[in-house]
Design a protein around this ligand. Structure first.
Ligand SMILES: Cc1cc2nc3c(=O)[nH]c(=O)nc-3n(C[C@H](O)[C@H](O)[C@H](O)COP(=O)(O)OP(=O)(O)OC[C@H]3O[C@@H](n4cnc5c(N)ncnc54)[C@H](O)[C@@H]3O)c2cc1C
Length: 503
């Protein structure tokens, strides 16, 4: 009997990965994307000769055995060309001290830590032990949180005796680890952890799950690493799109999904979309993988569409994720400091800490001798969405000025050096990525929201599966790829098919 189709909603990295994996298994896939290009928050846009990465600028999981590398190997598609970032990032605490360099070599990083945070060895040792325990577990593709017998079996199958350590710390925060190792009074270390963790988990050390924090704090070090893609971030999406098209999936760009409902006659889903001309299109399949923030379901599934009331309540009570203000600038490279790092995090009170990504010569983002400069800070979505037009314009100008001042101060740039400058706000992200209120990132990785306590990829509506940055293990292109793999495995298991990825 021929395989039943699957509809995937959203062609960000989660949707592209899920579609490519399923198409590779011979499943007929229909991928619906509202934008004119795939990629979502990991896409790009052009201004003149400059190519800007919209959101994601560096990627994890490209090392051998990393999630992107394993998926590309499984799909038999070449991994996009990339360079290892060493240091992965430079963190400027703006307290007059020397910036912290996240070296790739674990020994060099250990020396840097000891120089920067003397007496913190016990904290880092505990983080390393926890990370090792987590990482082995994660690489055995557990299902988290588990909802049925198959999920529990997959979870148990991934467990080993040494995962007991992770179990013990499952409700702890990173601040608890500082306390347990006697490092809680080290204010510089706490400031560093707050900055770094906020980038990955949207939360400071005291509210970041120890299991999540201990791993993201070691993403830049061997055997893992952070990578810079040649060309632009779009290369990741392009490679996944090529794979899914090669394997027979259908990608419908400029198709905005406006409604999902359980079709009454067959045990099937009906998806309503509008094409580029605004004309209605209908699709149906027994399974749907939904990759938008799950909060979007509240609008896309009206009351009578088959969503249980308790699930609607659960989704409406999800915490409000952050938004982002992202500055996209360009200038001649000779105005940048000679040893300028590619990725820099700078502590700032007003308008908030800045994460900076600067293109490399010849990396495809700017003409020879020029560079793109992307700087992002966190922003409150509800504030930006509530402003009237004139206040919105004023606030946008003001925030862009503040971000530019920080860049000019730390990089020694003069105001007239900019060749291009523009700012994206949560409103821009809402418009271009369709994320409700412009929310970016997942749900925040607090101890009681991470892993076993997170949102399930299996929904109470038969045949509707979730993946993306609100699902385990969370945000980032590597995280959403892992969640896509998990949802695909669950879906295939429901169809009595096994799906394994090479390790
Ligand atoms: C400023 C910023 C910086 C970041 N930096 C990094 C980084 O350096 N490294 C990293 O790994 N991650 C980073 N991230 C996070 C990373 O980009 C995301 O976690 C990841 O790309 C999310 O992928 P996704 O597929 O889950 O969702 P999305 O990328 O949001 O994809 C969802 C897709 O669905 C489409 N869509 C929306 N509504 C509809 C609809 N109604 N119908 C059809 N299609 C629809 C959208 O157009 C989009 O293509 C960053 C994010 C931001 C915003």
């Amino acid at each position: 009997m021929s395989e039943q189709p699957v509809i995937v909603v959203g062609a960000g990295i989660a949707g592209l990965t899920a579609s490519a994996l399923l198409a590779h298994e011979g499943v007929p896939v229909i991928l619906l994307e509202s934008h004119h290009q795939p990629g979502g928050c990991a896409g790009t846009f052009c201004r003149g000769n400059f190519v800007f990465d919209v959101g994601a600028t560096q990627v994890a999981g490209f090392e051998v055995g990393g999630i992107h590398e394993r998926i590309f190997r499984h799909l038999q598609v070449p991994l996009p060309v990339c360079d290892l970032l060493n240091p992965g990032c430079v963190v400027q605490l703006a307290d007059g001290s020397h910036p912290i360099q996240l070296w790739h070599d674990p020994m060099q990083w250990a020396e840097e830590r000891e120089r920067q945070f003397p007496g913190s060895k016990a904290f880092w040792r505990l983080c390393t032990d926890l990370h090792n325990s987590n990482w082995e577990f994660a690489s055995r593709n557990p299902v988290l949180p588990a909802s049925n017998v198959w999920d529990f079996w997959e979870l148990i199958r991934a467990l080993r005796p040494n995962n007991l350590l992770s179990g013990i710390f499952s409700t702890c925060s990173v601040s608890d680890l500082l306390f347990l190792t006697g490092c809680q009074k080290d204010q510089r270390l706490t400031a560093f952890l707050d900055l770094q963790l906020k980038l990955y988990s949207q939360e400071p050390a005291k509210r970041t799950a120890a299991l999540y924090g201990s791993t993201v704090l070691q993403m830049a070090q061997k055997p893992l690493g952070l990578w810079h893609l040649h060309g632009s971030m779009q290369k990741l999406s392009e490679s996944l799109a090529n794979s899914l098209l090669r394997d027979g999936a259908k990608l419908f760009l400029k198709h905005r999904v406006i409604q999902l409902k359980v079709a009454t006659k067959k045990e099937s889903w009906r998806i309503d979309a509008l094409d580029s001309k605004g004309l209605p299109k209908y699709f149906s399949a027994p399974d749907v993988i939904f990759t938008l923030p799950p909060q979007s379901l509240l609008d896309l599934m009206p009351l009578e569409s088959g969503m249980p009331k308790s699930y609607r309540r659960k989704l409406s009570q999800l915490p409000q994720p952050s938004g982002a203000l992202v500055f996209y600038g360009a200038l001649d490279r000779n105005y940048l400091p000679s040893e300028c790092p590619t990725h820099l995090q700078i502590e700032a009170q007003d308008p908030g800490s800045v994460f900076l990504s600067i293109s490399r010569e010849g990396d495809g983002r700017a003409p020879a001798g020029q560079a793109t400069v992307i700087a992002s800070i966190f922003a409150e979505c509800s504030y930006w969405m509530s402003l009237d037009e004139s206040n919105y314009r004023n606030q946008k100008q003001l925030m862009m000025k503040k971000i530019i001042q920080i860049l000019e101060h730390w990089l020694g740039i003069a105001p007239h050096n900019w060749l291009h400058k523009e700012l994206a706000t949560p409103r821009s992200f809402a418009k271009w990525t369709g994320r409700p209120g412009g929310m970016v990132g997942g749900l925040g990785q607090q101890p009681l929201r991470f892993g076993p306590f997170g949102l399930h990829s299996r929904t109470p509506m038969n045949g509707l599966w979730l993946c993306g940055d609100s699902i385990y293990p969370g945000e980032g292109t590597a995280g959403v790829s892992q969640s896509a793999l998990m949802a695909c495995r669950q879906l295939m298991a429901q169809r009595n098919k096994k799906m394994y990825l090479v390790s």
